[in-house]
Write a protein that binds this ligand. Structure first.
Ligand SMILES: Cc1cc2nc3c(=O)[nH]c(=O)nc-3n(C[C@H](O)[C@H](O)[C@H](O)COP(=O)(O)OP(=O)(O)OC[C@H]3O[C@@H](n4cnc5c(N)ncnc54)[C@H](O)[C@@H]3O)c2cc1C
Ligand code: FES
Length: 253
């Protein structure tokens, strides 16, 4: 689907993160993403944080396109292509732990709403913890980690994950967040023998498997992912180490 839509809602999540809602018919799976065109600026990938007829994206302002998006208001126009990618694959009755780092928790929201899960929200500090009230509507077991200890567990989300999985029994860990977090989350899951599905990021141009700008070890993150299973990730030698820059050159992470 390729649509020009009006922003229907805009909610501030933190000092640098906002959630935008827009009406777009059609189904989307938890974990899929859309390409968002900000007129006159750029087109960028964004995970869906809600997947109903009113869909949402939750945007952290870090550069030109995301800052321009933050400057838009209700009724302003954006372009949406997608949804793209595979999404999470959750089986009924699976005991799931969802681990979201920073804005990454937003990409897990559709899976948490649809399936239910124990949840870890990781952030640098209390001011950067987002979506906690929304998560608590769908989960009875929510833990927060902050690097500086200003809220919840003092330490990073993976350290808290190790504590939580040693005290509980899970069939699956799903995760989204900074690559360094996902790298260690994957290792923690392998070490404890728990299957994981992690949503990965790479620079994207087409979003639809055509241009090759998101390739990691021969896999197109936009088309073969963005969600990869633990066994697939074990084979990705570039994961946590190397990415392609916008010109297609390999750079160290
Ligand atoms: C499948 C997918 C889903 C995504 N979902 C979301 C989402 O739900 N919410 C969200 O806020 N972002 C999400 N992103 C990341 C988002 O697309 C980028 O932050 C955005 O493209 C940056 O564009 P910009 O023009 O604002 O910044 P740029 O000017 O392109 O970059 C500004 C600075 O940030 C760095 N940067 C760029 N991209 C990233 C990144 N992914 N992580 C860390 N640093 C980066 C650049 O190297 C540069 O230093 C997703 C990315 C992918 C691939
Ligand atoms: S962004 Fe073009 S192939 Fe993935």
């Amino acid at each position: 689907m390729n649509d020009i839509v009006r922003i229907a809602s805009c909610r501030k999540e933190s000092h640098d993160t906002k959630t935008f809602g827009f009406v777009m018919k059609g189904n989307a799976k938890a974990g899929q993403f859309v390409m968002v065109w900000i007129p006159g600026v750029d087109e960028i990938p964004m995970s869906l944080s809600s997947t109903g007829d009113t869909k949402c994206i939750t945007v952290k302002a870090i550069g030109d396109a995301t800052k321009a998006l933050h400057g838009l208001r209700v009724n302003d126009v954006i372009g949406i292509r997608g949804p793209y990618g595979n999404g999470f694959s959750l089986k009924k009755n699976q005991r799931v732990l969802a681990v979201g780092g920073g804005v990454g928790i937003s990409a897990l929201m559709p899976a948490i709403r649809a399936h239910g899960a124990d949840v870890i929200i990781g952030a640098r500090n209390k001011a950067e913890v987002i979506m906690e009230p929304e998560v608590r509507k769908y989960s009875n077991n929510v833990r927060i980690s902050t690097d500086d200890g200003s809220c919840g567990f003092k330490g990073n989300a993976v350290e808290l994950t190790k504590e939580v999985i040693s005290a509980n029994s899970y069939d699956l860990v799903i995760g989204c967040g900074p690559e360094i977090m996902l790298y260690h989350l994957h290792k923690a899951c392998v070490d404890s023998g728990i299957e994981c599905q992690l949503s990965l990021e790479r620079f994207m141009k087409c979003g639809a498997g055509l241009c090759g700008s998101c390739v990691m070890d021969g896999m197109r993150v936009c088309e073969d992912g963005p969600v990869f299973g633990g066994r697939q990730i074990t084979k990705l030698k570039e994961f946590g180490r190397i990415r392609l820059d916008p010109a297609g050159a390999k750079v160290k992470l």
